[in-house]
Design a binder for this molecule. Structure first.
Ligand code: FSX
Ligand code: SF4
Ligand code: F3S
Length: 359
């Protein structure tokens, strides 16, 4: 096998200085959720490890995951794809197509057998032997199984690849499901979200590439550093939740004033993701910041089990809010009592404010 260049060599070859390389390593260290103590280890690995060969395949999806990915700002998606990894095959980002492109996939699988990272977007359509999702003359099911066999690690990018997502929503006419059971027992890192945050994917890819291990995962195969908190825990509207100040419709005064979206169906209290911390477009915004309730898009079966479009949480009484908090283990009994009193006071002021607005 030919010698492949390291990240440092790739930087130098493209005319960047060692200083830029070190800056890149600092960014990668923070992206991987590692403390600065690990910087020297990251630099060491980036100097010596060959760039990881990546095969990136797409199944049953809307392509929103890639739309999100190509907007990665730090590092730029173009930097990741062109400088940080050796992306050999990607259904969407490659300029090549047709028979030679498919032959290149075959060649890459054979040449780098056992050492490449397989990134997968989209669910697997299983009904009727998988014919509902075809690419390059094969079912996606076939391509996935084949590519998974020689992969060192597999990353399921997006809720569809991880859990089936929207493609698996009832009545699921294509028999779509997540990729986990079709990869021959290989370890899978789940990076759910519909779409996921691009920088999370970059962090996971680079962790596998530089350390040759998977990042620490939770019980659902998700990287802990990115899925350890609920949206609710980092939400800038949280003080309004705690104060019992809720928007009732998307155009009332509370909504305009940035109050909590819980009564509009926000799934932030039950959804684990980093949207509130990382956001999109260089930290510019995320659904809640743009005025939309979180629909829990990174949760398993979010479409069927939490249909945001037709089942808003019952929030008629103040007690319900507290029950939710208790159920999620975020409030102590004393806290609930204090919260209830504070909420009633705040709620009255909110109602007064809304009345004022309506006059
Ligand atoms: Fe699914 Fe992704 Fe949602 Fe779309 O690849 S997670 S439908 S944003 O495109 O798969
Ligand atoms: Fe934010 Fe939603 Fe929690 Fe309200 S319920 S604080 S909008 S995450
Ligand atoms: Fe999805 Fe909720 Fe984040 S809808 S993008 S998990 S804020």
């Amino acid at each position: 096998m030919e010698k492949r260049e390291s990240l440092l060599e790739a930087y130098l070859k493209r005319g960047f200085s060692r200083r830029s390389f070190l800056k890149g390593c600092v960014t990668l260290t923070s992206l991987m959720g590692l403390s600065t103590d690990m910087l020297s280890k990251v630099v060491e690995a980036a100097e010596s490890k060959p760039l990881p060969v990546v095969i990136w395949i797409h199944g049953h999806e809307c392509t929103g995951c890639d739309e999100s990915f190509i907007r990665s700002a730090s590092p730029l998606a173009s930097d990741l794809v062109l400088n940080n990894i050796a992306l050999e095959y990607d259904h969407l980002l490659s300029a090549a197509c047709g028979a030679p492109f498919e032959a290149h996939l075959e060649e890459t699988i054979n040449k780098y057998n056992g050492s490449y990272i397989l990134c997968v977007e989209g669910a697997v359509a299983t009904k009727d032997s998988g014919v509902h999702c075809m690419s390059g003359g094969h079912t996606f099911l076939h391509t996935l199984q084949k590519a998974a066999k020689g992969a060192a690690a597999i990353i399921a990018y997006g809720s569809c690849a991880a859990y089936g997502g929207i493609q698996a929503a009832a009545p699921n006419p294509t028999g779509s499901t997540g990729i986990g059971q079709f990869v021959g027992g290989k370890p899978v890192v789940n990076v759910p979200g519909c779409p996921p945050i691009p920088e999370v994917m970059t962090g996971v890819v680079m962790h596998v590439a530089l350390f040759g291990t998977l990042p620490p995962l939770d019980g659902d195969g998700r990287p802990k550093q990115f899925y350890g908190n609920r949206i609710h825990d980092t939400c800038y509207r949280r003080p309004f939740f705690d104060a019992g100040m809720f928007a009732e419709t998307y155009d009332d005064a509370g909504s305009k004033a940035g109050w909590c979206l819980y009564k509009l169906g926000c799934r932030g209290p039950e959804t684990y993701n980093s949207c509130g911390n990382l956001r999109w477009w260089q930290g510019m915004s995320y659904p809640i910041q743009s005025g939309a309730a979180c629909i829990g898009c990174s949760n398993r079966n979010f479409w069927d089990e939490a249909p945001f479009s037709n089942r808003l949480p019952q929030y008629g009484k103040l007690g319900d809010a507290d029950k939710i908090g208790v159920g999620l283990g975020v409030m102590t009994a004393a806290g609930v009592a204090a919260h209830a009193v504070a909420s009633i006071i705040q709620r009255n002021s909110r109602d007064n404010l809304l009345e004022e607005e309506d006059k």
